[in-house]
Structure formats: structure tokens, C-alpha cells
Design a protein around this ligand. Sequence first.
Ligand code: KMH
Ligand code: ZN
Length: 269
Amino acid sequence: MTARTVITAALTGPIARKSDHPGLPCSPEEIAAAARASWEAGAAVVHLHLRDEDGEPTADVTIARRVLELVGEACPAIIQLSTGVGLDVPYEDRLALLEVAPEAATLNVCTMSFGAGEFRNPPAGVRKMAARMRELQIQPELELYDSGHLDVALALIDEELIEPPHHFSLVLGVTGGMGATPANLVGLVQRLPQGARWQVIGIGRANLPMTTMALAMGGDVRTGLEDTLLLERGRPASNHELVKRLRAVAEAMGQPVATVEEARVELAL
Ligand code: KMH
Ligand code: ZN
């Protein structure tokens, strides 16, 4: 088992809009407040997407710097910036976002259907993104939405574009990716490289069952409004409520939850 479980809060994501959930944090100030509340509830890492004045996903570096500054002032949580950004944001803009040099950032390794949209991660762009992350010493979080994505990630590791320690997010329940089933999760975990650190992201109704499975298997977990807008059917969630519930599940299993300082050790940051 993992000594301590790291909880990541994915505060806003790129898909939902305020019209879907009025409490969705969008402005830099709202994102910073949600980060603080999630950290107080037990999250050691915050996964951040950026929104413009209209609430649309953006890779604007001025907004990125403002969000990083405000979140840093609000709480000591480890910042993981999304380079997924949003389905309609050009890859070159996503790449340029790395120049704000967050401590950690996501690396999406394959193009795929994503609900009603397309998530474009072309092989040459992914290699550029990985190489720049290595140069800037940004810790990559490898996002896997399907079993074949692991083979692509392993190729990047073989090419020495990604250095150890390797961090994987196993995303279950995206329409266009692998379904949220125990067999899919177990199959992927069994094939991870030796010494890899991994977390589970369960989308929608799969959020609580899949993260609970991850806890039982010794993995880390992510929750937040990017992953589910509801605590249960008909009951809108907030980021900190989702973190609080997941923390309680971990503790009920006797699994201690990492503080930020402990998470830095666990994640070798
Ligand atoms: N929600 C998707 C567009 C990431 O943060 O890097 C995937 C995504 C991944 O947001
Ligand atoms: Zn994200």
C-alpha cells in the first residue's frame, strides 16, 4: 500500500459552464477560493484549468500567472496545471502555457473522441510538450483514457522524454475512453512500469466507486467539479465537499491522507 494517499482536487475542468453549475469556479479569485477550501478539506494537489472573462477555457498566460499567484497566496497546495486546457484550444497555445513553469502539469498522450467533442494530442506535439516539460523540470502527470494510451506513454518513457518518477492518471468513464469498470482499472494498473505512482480519475457517477477502488488498491485519488458536478443524484457538489467525502472514505479504510509536505515526499517532487 501507499504510505499516504495523495488527494488531488480538480476544481473546474474545461467542459462544464456556470450554466451547468452556478458554483463552478471560473475567475482567478473563485479558483483560488476553491483551492483553499479543497486544501482545508484534505487535498494536497490542485489541478487547474483557466477560464477567460466569459468563462471559456483559455491558455492565456496572463490569466495563468494571475491564477498561479492567487492560488499560491491562498494555500500551500501543490499546483498541477492542465495542458489539456480545453477541447477547442489550439495545441500551440497549450504548449506555450508551459512557459509559466508550474511545478507539475498534465501530459495527454493521445488524440481521442471526448463526449461530443475531439481532444487533439498529435504525436509530434506530444513529444514537443514532453521535451519542454523535461527542460523546464515540470513534473508530468501522464493522462491515460484508454489501455492503448499506456503503450504510447511507455514509448515516451523509452525515448527518455519522460524521466522517473513516473506519475499516471487513469481516467475512467469518459465517453470515447475506457469504461469505468473494475476490470479496466485492474488491467491498466497491472501494466504500469515498476515504481510508478498512479491516481484514479472517475468521471460522473463513476467518481466515488472508482476512487474508492483506487484507495483499496493503494493508488492515489482525484475528485472535484472537473470530474463530477454531483455528490449524488440531484445533489450538486462543491469541490471541498467532494474532497471531504473522499478523505473520509480513505480514513475509514485506515489509509492516511497526505498533507502537502507529505505529498511532496510521496510524489518525489
Ligand atoms: N477534460 C479533458 C479535456 C487535462 O487536464 O490535461 C481532459 C483534460 C486533461 O482536461
Ligand atoms: Zn483537467
